[in-house]
Design a protein around this ligand. Structure first.
Ligand code: ADP
Ligand code: MG
Length: 209
């Protein structure tokens, strides 16, 4: 399952030779804010979340329970609308206040973006999510309630599908070992996304002998 070293070498050669342009940004979030409730009962979950997912990337979001991972994934999938800020899919803004546009995108999202939830049916859910040929895969704790062995098996399947279907994938997980297999890791703290450590095979300076 170790495709990463080969890719890493290819990527670093391309960068050195200045040949390959960066892959296109598929999914983007700018200044996403999400507040639930009102008045005394108001809870601000996302403050200023920014994200650019490039074609073919597999990115992990690692953050504790309640940090806002599901909220973010729902906004990215246009299943919910942000309080402010914007989501762009293939460079097109998904307008929060245009019901028709959102409904449109949601319909498209159902077909184009597969969303997985934790539970016992991960493999089935993945197979179903991919039937319609999605460009983006948003996985919300896909290994959440699995034992270690099953978690690895599901994650390996996810990696294989990601490559085979040329997906751009964003995976929310608690599992840092699995996250380390992704191209990069984002943390979500106080409603802001931040780059965490690079995945093992892409560590800056990793090419130094
Ligand atoms: N529909 C909702 N109404 C009110 N509060 C919500 C709603 N959805 C989520 N929250 C709250 O927002 C916070 C973030 O939740 P969530 O996005 O589910 O976090 P995570 O997926 O990281 O565990 C939590 O405090 C949660 O209780
Ligand atoms: Mg969640």
């Amino acid at each position: 399952m170790m495709q990463d070293p080969a890719n890493a070498v290819h990527a670093s050669q391309s960068a050195q030779q200045g040949e390959a342009p960066a892959p296109a940004i598929v999914l983007e979030a700018r200044g996403l804010k999400k507040t639930y409730g009102s008045g005394d009962r108001m809870i601000s979950v996302l403050q200023d979340a920014n994200l650019s997912l490039r074609e073919g990337e597999m990115v992990a979001i690692v953050a504790p329970s309640g940090a806002g991972k599901s909220t973010l994934l729902h906004l990215l999938a246009a299943l919910d609308t942000p309080t402010s800020g914007k989501v762009y899919f293939a460079s097109k803004a998904i307008e929060a206040n245009q019901d028709a546009a959102v409904a449109d995108f949601r319909n498209r999202a159902d077909h184009r973006a597969g969303e997985l939830s934790g539970g016992e049916q991960q493999r089935v859910a993945m197979a179903r999510a991919l039937v319609t040929g999605p460009a983006v895969l948003l996985a919300d704790e896909p290994t959440g309630d699995l034992d270690e062995q099953n978690a690895w098996a599901v994650f390996e399947l996810l990696e294989r599908l990601h490559r085979a279907h040329r997906l751009t994938s964003l995976i929310a997980t608690h599992n840092t070992a699995l996250a380390a297999r992704c191209d990069r890791i984002l943390g979500l703290e106080h409603g802001v996304l931040r780059a965490r450590m690079a995945a093992a095979s892409r560590t800056p300076g990793g090419e130094a002998s």
